[in-house]
Design a protein around this ligand. Structure first.
Ligand code: SF4
Length: 354
């Protein structure tokens, strides 16, 4: 189909197929695609752009997987390898609560020396002491816990939920195509295993986000296959709250290479908003793109700018260190002509900023 026909059928309510999205990417006008994506975001959320205040706590950087794109992980014997104790984690949570955080995201490497009780104790201790959402453990971590306990994926998730886990972040998805995964992260779970963990979580009432890292070595078709797999699972479970994409950061990684352009990222973002018609929220990435492009994502279909991260270590390890305070976030959103609002993990609005 021609670009015009694809846009017409999209406006008439037809779902974009992979081949349609590819035509929009290859032949569509950059600003026309952006306009459509912006309209879609406006239709769903009006002028409101949200953010959350949270802290990422990386409980260990020791990891037995060794993904080629990861600058964060360390081997057991490395001088900078660490595991946080529960009291150290609680201190970080307390600092976050004092600064107004509503969400804690615990994520770490797959460390063979930690047993399952460490994870359960971590969640129970936080929940016993603080009224805060624990949005934690991505599918590779859940899979790792199943391996060390011989429990099923559902068994692990049930125990984590009983301990107080509220929802799951979508990390570890990168590109949900095994050709790419086999090259950039050969020891990590497969695409279908990642989707399987998410399906099991959704079936237990644990909602999640879905993520994607673009720009390592995947083709456009593979990017669209990733979106398609998310859309198919979302049709089945309705368990994804948001889609969050960011760009590969090659600094300090084994994989190396170059960053993709902001143009390519923004075009992808707009197409993802159009393609994922069953996702309510699409997040723009200021953490990898910086505040200026982060703000521009609001013109390309984004309706959320993610988190004011009180702590972030993974992207920082790749040499990229953008930080933002609440007032800066508010100003950024306002100066894009939108209405800033703080949200919680469930995307409920907590407060507006005039
Ligand atoms: S991306 Fe995650 S699983 Fe891969 S090496 Fe880094 S910490 Fe380990």
């Amino acid at each position: 189909m021609l670009v015009k026909q694809i846009i017409k059928s999209y406006q008439e309510g037809q779902r974009l197929k992979i081949e349609d999205a590819l035509v929009l990417i290859e032949k569509g006008d950059f600003l026309e695609v952006a306009r459509l994506a912006r309209l879609e975001a406006r239709k769903r959320h009006g002028n409101i752009v949200t953010f959350v205040i949270d802290r990422n706590i990386n409980y260990t950087n020791i990891c037995n997987v060794g993904c080629k794109f990861c600058a964060f992980y360390r081997r057991q014997e490395d001088k900078t390898a660490y595991v946080l104790s529960i009291p150290e984690i609680l201190t970080k949570v307390e600092e976050a609560v004092d600064l107004g955080a509503t969400q804690i995201m615990l994520q770490g490497g797959l460390n063979d020396n930690l047993d399952f009780t460490y994870y359960l104790d971590m969640i129970r201790s936080i929940k016993n002491k603080y009224d805060i959402t624990v949005h934690s453990f991505s599918p590779p971590e859940i899979y790792h816990m199943a391996e060390i306990t011989s429990l099923s994926i559902t068994g692990v998730l049930k125990k984590l939920k009983e301990a107080g886990l509220d929802s799951l972040p979508g990390g570890g998805a990168e590109i949900l195509v095994d050709r790419v995964r086999k090259y950039i992260s050969p020891r990590k779970i497969s695409a279908s295993q990642w989707l399987g963990v998410m399906e099991a979580a959704h079936n237990l009432g644990l909602k999640s986000t879905a993520t994607m890292m673009i720009g390592s070595m995947e083709t456009w078709i593979e990017r669209l296959e990733h979106l398609d797999k998310l859309r198919v699972l979302q049709d089945k479970t309705h368990g994804f709250r948001a889609f969050i994409s960011w760009t590969y950061q090659p600094g300090n990684t084994e994989l190396g290479g170059k960053k993709i352009s902001s143009y390519e990222y923004l075009k992808f973002l707009a197409v993802s908003r159009l393609f994922l018609d069953n996702f309510d929220h699409v997040q723009g990435s200021w953490v990898t793109q910086g505040p200026v492009i982060g703000q521009l994502t609001l013109a390309f279909g984004g309706n959320d700018l993610g988190s004011i991260m009180l702590e972030e270590n993974v992207v920082k390890a790749a040499g990229v260190n953008f930080q933002m305070k609440v007032q800066q976030m508010v100003d950024l959103i306002k100066s894009a002509g939108c209405k800033p609002a703080q949200r919680d993990t469930q995307y409920n609005i907590l407060r507006f900023f005039e």
